[in-house]
Design a binder for this molecule. Structure first.
Ligand code: DAH
Length: 342
């Protein structure tokens, strides 16, 4: 018998002895690697097949193959592999372990819905920079340094500067994207910015230091208040899936002129007066108006050529209204009993 065949015989015997002793999945896995692996005993002995006299080589190869096939069959039978019957190792009737599925946060659900609605009306939806400059957050929105209007936004200022003389802030509102976007693009513009904003607030059921806003703005020739109202009404109807009635009241925001507060008739009491609308029949919804000519000027647009409207709303509030949530702090509070309801 050639040494090749003797070696094969040896491997086969060793394998059989070890196979008898093996009992766990790990044992079978180790055996497979040791004997059948890329650097296993069988592969090693096969390297020597060239030294077998040519006349015996065919038979030697055949024998090696038989050894390999029988080892593979034995192992796969025990380890429940594709070709094995998995005796004692794979019980089809045993109940599986349930996988816990994740699910979207209520913010994500509402953000996706709002995004779809605005996209269907031809708006591009952006998120924009959370760290921005004093210029984009205030100055370019007609709120100069030292102006009392700044008091309306309790701002987190950042000590570091990206560039010399450029003060950085955490954006207090998504209006900070208005001029930043306008500088890059010529009208017609239809943009919606949805994202996180930050204010140095004392937190309570309706205030958080981090919250979310939706800002929308449109710039083109001949844009009017009528366009603003019809867009917002359509948006509200799509969001609440109901016929909506809206009204404008005068409101002051330095970056719009004229500026308004838009209310909608309370869905809860149909305008009769209830707790939700503080017995007024109307729910205050958002601030809006026609973009101030100074803002268009900061954007570098030719004087008098374009008009536009802008609106800004609390995204958290919409989510709270949609799901009847009464405390804003629940969103990021990490209480799974709350989160798993969505
Ligand atoms: N940025 C304002 C805020 O945070 C909201 C707002 C009011 C945005 C009027 C607008 C607007 O675009 O026209 O309070």
């Amino acid at each position: 018998m050639s040494t090749f065949n003797q070696d094969l015989e040896q491997i086969k015997n060793n394998f059989e002895q070890e196979f008898e002793k093996a009992s766990s999945q790990t044992d079978f896995e180790n055996l497979k690697n040791k004997y059948l692996g890329r650097k296993g005993s069988l592969a090693e002995v096969m390297k020597k097949i060239g030294s077998v006299p040519a006349s015996e080589r065919g038979a030697a190869g055949k024998l090696a193959n038989e050894v390999k096939t029988s080892m593979t069959a034995k192992i796969s039978q025990k380890s429940g592999g594709e070709s094995g019957d998995g005796q004692g190792f794979f019980d089809l009737t045993e109940p599986g372990k349930a996988q816990k599925m994740g699910h979207p946060h209520p913010y994500t659900l509402v953000r996706d819905e709002v995004t779809d609605i605005f996209r269907s009306m031809g708006f591009e939806v952006l998120d924009g920079e959370e760290v921005t400059t004093d210029y984009y957050c205030f100055e370019s929105l007609n709120i100069p340094k030292g102006h009392p209007a700044r008091d309306a936004w309790d701002t987190f200022y950042i000590k570091q500067q990206r560039k010399k003389n450029e003060d950085l802030v955490l954006r207090t509102h998504t209006s900070s994207m208005q001029v930043a976007v306008m500088e890059e693009e010529e009208p017609p513009l239809r943009k919606v910015v949805i994202g996180r904003c930050f204010r140095n607030e004392a937190t309570d059921a309706s205030h958080e230091h981090s919250f979310n806003q939706i800002e929308g703005f449109v710039v083109d020739e001949n844009i009017s208040v009528a366009n603003l109202v019809s867009t917002l009404k359509q948006f509200l109807q799509a969001l609440f899936k109901a016929e909506m009635e809206v009204r404008l009241r005068p409101g002051f925001f330095p970056f719009v002129e004229p500026g308004y507060e838009l209310d909608f008739k309370c869905l809860n009491c149909k305008g009769e007066g209830c707790k939700v609308c503080k017995h007024s029949g109307w729910v205050e919804f958002l601030g809006c108006g026609m973009i101030h000519p100074k803002v268009l000027n900061f954007a570098g647009y030719p004087k008098g050529k374009y008009t536009g409207y802008a609106f800004g709303m609390g995204f958290d509030r919409i989510t709270m209204m949609k799901y009847k949530i009464d405390d804003i702090r629940l969103f990021n509070g990490g209480d799974l009993r709350f989160i798993h309801q969505f």
